[in-house]
Design a protein around this ligand. Structure first.
Ligand code: ATP
Ligand code: MG
Length: 321
């Protein structure tokens, strides 16, 4: 097939395998059983879920020539994500993460990103052309990718070029507090916020980025500029969003058992962006499904194991698929 299609969803960044500690409060500092490898990386979770709810999807990332790399490639291609821009980098391992949960709800991570294939996503002019030719309605960036300065710089260049080509940029700040002191990190966050059509902070991001502000005040500031939607993810309190015409939609969280909260935010963002850009769902109906997808995501161990199809989300909500 030749020519450009429309309506696709894209993302880029770190692809990781994740290992989850089965005991609490070990802080990754003592021997304990871990389960994994699970396919992971915030942007990877996002693109898997976008494909699950029916979007044409493409991802720019990289894996090593090893068993973990095949876990990731297989996982994404089996849900239909194009791996045209997923490189296999010889000589370095696939990226990885180890997570350990604490009884107070916090989590400790050990990441292997900078010195692994995870930091090598394709970023040359050919890759950009492939993304443009894919026919993207939206391109998503997760703040988790910005912790590495070289990745942050490359991601910003790609997002700016796609934005200039008319693609809606979607940004989940996923702020890393330990990086706040680095001026170039915050500069990249601000630059992405300035070009984003979808501004998708969590409650923690919101407190750091807009301290003391009301949701309505800060949303209007973005929506008066270029944003189409500002959505605040509130964990077990649900979500609230505003669209460019000032309409506010809000949902309480579903009552579910929390098995593994990692990835709920990425799953939520993907569901909302994919459904609302598909043209088949109103703002309210897309947000309702994102809120349900987030609740389903926390119920399974593994960062993207709780991702779900549109039919599963609608069955959970009790609406017709
Ligand atoms: P992440 O850890 O992936 O970065 P996040 O902080 O970006 O997550 P959250 O607010 O934790 O995002 O979760 C996103 C959405 O998932 C919430 O807005 C809510 O709809 C749903 N959700 C999250 N946690 C729960 C929960 N405990 N119960 C029900 N729904 C939840
Ligand atoms: Mg998040």
């Amino acid at each position: 097939m030749s020519g450009k299609e429309s309506g696709g969803i894209g993302s880029l960044g770190e692809l990781l395998v994740e290992f989850v500690c089965t005991e609490k409060d070990g802080h990754n500092r003592r021997a304990a059983p871990y389960v994994g490898p699970f396919a992971s990386g915030a942007p990877g979770i996002f693109i898997d879920q976008a494909a699950r709810v029916g979007a044409r999807a493409i991802f720019a990332g990289a894996v090593g020539d090893d068993a973990f790399g095949s876990v990731l490639r297989q996982r994404l291609t089996e849900v239909g994500v194009s791996d045209k821009l997923i490189a296999t980098v010889p000589g370095i391992p696939t990226g990885s993460a180890f997570v350990s949960y604490n009884t107070d709800g916090s989590r400790d991570f050990v990441f292997n990103i900078a010195h692994s294939a995870a930091s090598h996503f394709p970023r040359d002019s050919k890759a950009l052309e492939t993304l443009k030719q894919f026919g993207l309605a939206a391109f998503h960036i997760s703040g988790s990718t910005l912790g590495n300065p070289a990745m942050a710089k490359a991601a910003l260049v790609i997002c700016r070029a796609l934005h200039d080509a008319g693609v809606a940029i979607s940004f989940d700040p996923n702020i890393r507090k330990e990086l706040l002191a680095d001026p170039s990190y915050m500069e990249t966050v601000r630059s992405l916020l300035a070009i984003s059509a979808f501004v998708l902070p969590s409650a923690e991001d919101f407190e750091v980025l807009f301290p003391g502000e009301e949701f309505g005040t800060f949303s209007r500031r973005f929506l008066d500029g270029r944003a189409r939607f500002v959505i605040l993810k509130r964990g077990e309190k649900g979500c609230v969003g505003m669209d460019a015409s000032g309409v506010v939609e809000e949902f309480d969280a579903h009552k579910v058992e929390v098995v593994d909260p990692t990835g709920a935010g990425d799953c939520f963002c993907a569901t909302f962006v994919a459904l609302v850009t598909s043209g088949n769902f109103s703002f309210r109906e897309a947000l309702r499904r994102a809120n349900a997808a987030g609740a389903l995501a926390v119920g399974k161990i593994g960062p993207m194991e709780g991702n779900s199809s549109l039919a599963e989300i609608e069955a959970f909500l009790g609406c017709r698929a």
